[in-house]
Every structure is written in C-alpha cells, then in structure tokens.
Design a protein around this ligand. Structure first.
Ligand code: SF4
Length: 316
C-alpha cells in the first residue's frame, strides 16, 4: 500500500479486514510502498510521516507484527535491484498499454509521466516476487498489474531458471465503500471517514452524506438502495437493516435520525481501533521496533531470493 497518510473506512473494508483474516491462512508480507509514493509526491518528509501513520492504522486494524512483517520498500535495497533486472524483461509498449496507468493519467490530468511512473508495475512485480508471493489481495483496478507480474515471472523463468511462482490476484471479498458524496472514497477528494476520527467528527461528516434526493423531510418515502447512508448501515448496522429499510420506505424514519444512528454504529465499530491507535501514537519506540523487526525479516527473505536470482543469471 502506498503511504498516503491516515487510512479511511474504504481501506478498512476494501483491504485491511481481508488482510487480517488472511494472516492466519498465509505468510503475509505488508509493504509500505514509499518508493512508489515518489511517482506522484516528491516530498519525502511527508512520505515518512504518512508511512508511520499508515503503519499505526495497520496495527490498530489488527495486523499482527509477529505473524506478518511490515516494512518500507526503501529499506530493502533488493527491491531496487530486482526492479532493474525485471525492467529488461518487459517492453515499454507493454507498459504503455497498461489500462490502470491510462486511467491514472486521465484522473490526475497528467500531461507527462516519468520513466519511473511508467515502470510502476515493474517495481510492483519485484515487490511481489522478491517474497515469492503466490496470492496478492488486490482491488479490481490492480489486476492488470498482477498480469504484468505473471508475464515477468514467466519470462525470467524461461530465460534463466525457474525461480519465481506466477502469483494470482485475489479480489477483495467486500465491495468498496463509497465516499460521503457517493464517489470513490479518497483522501484527495475529501469524502472520507478516517479510522482515527472521533465519534463527534464521524457524526459531523455523516451529516453531509448523500441520501435519496427525493426524501426531503421525515414522512417522505425513501429509496434505501440508492442511499449512501444505507450502504454504510449494511456494513456497520447489519442487524437493524430490515427495520431501517422499512422505516425509510414508509417514511417513518427521517434522514437526520437515520444518519445519527449510522454515526453511532460506525463510531462503535471504530472504537477499538481508535483505542489501539492512541496506544501506538503514545509509544513511538514500539512502532519503530515493529518496523525494524519487520524490515529484518523481509530483508532476510529478499536476500535469499536475490541469491537464487544471481545464481540463475550467473551475474550479480
Ligand atoms: S432514511 Fe436513512 S436510508 Fe432512508 S434516505 Fe434517509 S438516510 Fe437514507
């Protein structure tokens, strides 16, 4: 995950909950992609701050450092070396056809992209294959990158010697939670609820959330299936969903009360995370130690893989 700062509900539902459950099934590796962040943000102070913020949110959400190493990409130099080797195994035409890149260029209204940005999926292939990743939990938009990783692994194995598995992308179980305006939840758009938000902030933010525009006042019948608040209820107030649906459709339930109820449920779900986060915020030395330990474990695996790469290529 790229370090973009404090994480939000979309990250929790779209990724973190899945990672937490997968850590009991697989050996997981959690990469803070700080070099990747440089493709769109040159401010390394900010990237560092964001990395620590993200790490604390991972820990608060339940990633267990004893099971799953968490580490910064920039601290494991083997990522850069494998990226360089892989960059010889993929053409620029292939990278230019990458649909995720095309979308990003369009969304960010970029006129020119850097050489490093074009090669983003090549560095990502190194991130995955350095740990011989077999399963990569991703959003649908990342599947084309996994395909490039598979192609690179195949090409390396055919050219030199079989070193790498061909990883599979596993789409996250839950649908993404939309942002408060109904669009994709994103920090840059400002439509998020952060995992670290206080109950008061959650309530204030949810007051602005998009509902059924035809339901203007209490008494008007509403359409929960097009209401954003209702989609939050399905995630955070599941036991009350039939009752909320009935109340909304009949008009008996007003949006003000419905939003307040929703805020309470979201705040309740986030309370244990917030508590854990406060603990880590007040114990920075523990956070640094977790990072150091994670980097040590990751480096050991990465060095071992690079040993196999050097032997297969008879170079390096
Ligand atoms: S009552 Fe609730 S579910 Fe219905 S439109 Fe209002 S906020 Fe949405």
């Amino acid at each position: 995950m790229r370090p973009t700062g404090k994480l939000h509900l979309g990250h929790l539902v779209g990724a973190l909950e899945n990672w937490v459950s997968l850590q009991h099934e697989y050996q997981n590796y959690h990469l803070i992609a700080d070099y990747h962040a440089l493709t769109t943000n040159p401010d390394t102070e900010e990237i560092h701050r964001n990395s620590i913020d993200m790490l604390m949110d991972w820990l608060a959400a339940g990633i267990d450092p004893k099971l799953s190493p968490m580490f910064r990409q920039s601290q494991i130099k083997e990522h850069s070396e494998l990226h360089l080797i892989f960059s010889m195994l993929v053409t620029t035409a292939r990278l230019e056809r990458n649909p995720t890149l095309k979308e990003q260029v369009r969304d960010l209204e970029m006129e020119n992209i850097s050489y490093g940005h074009l090669g983003y999926p090549v560095l990502q292939a190194a991130d995955i294959l350095l740990y011989k990743g077999e399963v990569v939990p991703v959003g649908e938009d990342q599947l084309p990158h996994i395909e490039i990783t598979r192609e690179i692994a195949r090409r390396f194995n055919a050219q030199y010697k079989k070193v790498f598995p061909e990883p599979e992308g596993r789409i996250t179980k839950f649908a993404r939670l939309p942002g408060l305006d109904g669009k994709r939840m994103s920090k840059s758009v400002g439509n998020t609820i952060l995992l670290s938000d206080s109950p008061e902030t959650i309530s204030k933010k949810l007051k602005t959330a998009l509902t059924d525009p035809q339901k203007v006042r209490k008494g008007d019948p509403g359409r929960p299936d097009i209401c954003l608040v209702f989609s939050y209820h399905t995630k955070f107030s599941s036991a009350e969903v039939p009752e909320i649906r009935k109340g909304c459709e009949s008009g008996k339930l007003g949006c003000v009360d419905c939003k307040l109820n929703c805020s309470n449920h979201v705040a309740e779900a986030l309370a244990p995370l917030r508590e854990k986060r406060v603990y880590f915020e007040t114990h920075p030395e523990e956070v640094s130690h977790i990072l150091e330990e994670g980097e040590l474990k990751a480096r050991t695996v990465a060095r071992h893989t690079m040993g196999e790469v050097h032997a297969a290529m008879r170079i390096g």
